[in-house]
Design a protein around this ligand. Structure first.
Ligand code: SAM
Length: 267
């Protein structure tokens, strides 16, 4: 799992044209950074490496996750805490961060959770601070590719059965505007910008079919048992590979929502 998240991180950074942070966010002003649902902390670790190339600024990094299971061994450079994004953060973190990042919560949050999550991020940010929330959600699977249509059908049904919400980035976009963020944008990055990303993108989809697809089939009772779920998964992987070999290799789309907390609250 740890390795999977770290490999996936490398792909997603390349998909977003090698940007850890959207170019509209002034990195020179980003001194205090939080990453929520941080997992292994790979995004924070990569960001701290990349920002350390600009010497002379002492930065503060804090990763939060609902579980500490994937946190890296403790060191002084990055702090990690267990926290659920849908619950307000301890007051010591309010108005503390110039940038709050979130990535890949689509399989974890129910529709109403997004409003609470965005409000909690708003509370963490200093006036003028930025939120950047990234997802691979339904947008990736809106495609002619028949294997994708099957994944989309299964995810829509499976996530709904668990009270989760597949249109994550569209929801974050609307909730951010309602929460008071300004200059909110939703940007789509496609792996098709670089043909060299095709093999790793195809591998990622094969992994998604073998894990999330098969487990959602089973969890939402779309198949009777584990054996039927893996059989359906294997058949879909086969079909997906055939389509890719015929030149129908689909892109992964990373949806990135960026917004700024106003410098002055409107009263
Ligand atoms: C798919 S992983 C993504 C990890 C990391 N953001 C990345 O992109 O590498 C999802 C992470 O969200 C965490 N998570 C799930 N529900 C959460 C919640 N309500 N609050 C905070 N973290 C949560 C999980 O523990 C897991 O580490």
């Amino acid at each position: 799992m740890v390795l999977r998240l770290d490999v996936q991180h490398d792909l997603l950074v390349k998909v977003s044209r090698n940007t850890l942070i959207h170019p509209s966010i002034p990195t020179g002003k980003v001194v205090s950074i939080a990453d929520i649902a941080t997992g292994t902390g790979i995004w924070l670790r990569d960001l701290s490496r990349s920002l350390s190339e600009v010497p002379g600024v002492q930065r503060y990094y804090h990763g939060f996750d609902i579980s500490s299971a994937q946190f890296p061994p403790a060191d002084d450079s990055i702090k990690f805490s267990v926290h659920d994004i849908t619950v307000p953060f301890p007051e010591e973190h309010w108005n503390r961060y110039d940038l709050v990042h979130v990535r890949l919560l689509v399989a974890a949050l129910a529709e109403p959770d997004y409003r609470a999550a965005v409000a909690n991020i708003y509370q963490l940010l200093k006036p003028g601070g930025y939120m950047q929330w990234e997802e691979i959600d339904e947008e990736t699977y809106i495609a002619d590719n028949v294997a994708f249509q099957e994944i989309r059908r299964c995810f829509n049904l499976g996530l709904k059965a668990e009270g989760k919400y597949f249109q994550a980035s569209a929801k974050v976009y609307h909730e951010s505007q309602s929460a008071g963020f300004r200059d909110v944008v939703r940007v789509e990055y496609s792996s098709h910008w670089d043909a060299g990303l095709r093999p790793s993108t195809e591998q990622r989809f094969v992994a998604i079919i073998g894990t999330l697809y098969t487990s959602l089939l089973l969890r939402s009772a779309q198949v009777p048992d584990e054996e039927a779920a893996s059989k359906k998964g294997e058949e879909l992987i086969e079909r997906f590979r055939q389509l890719c070999a015929q030149g129908e290799s689909p892109p992964v789309k990373l949806m990135r929502v960026v917004g700024q907390k106003p410098l002055h609250e409107v009263v």
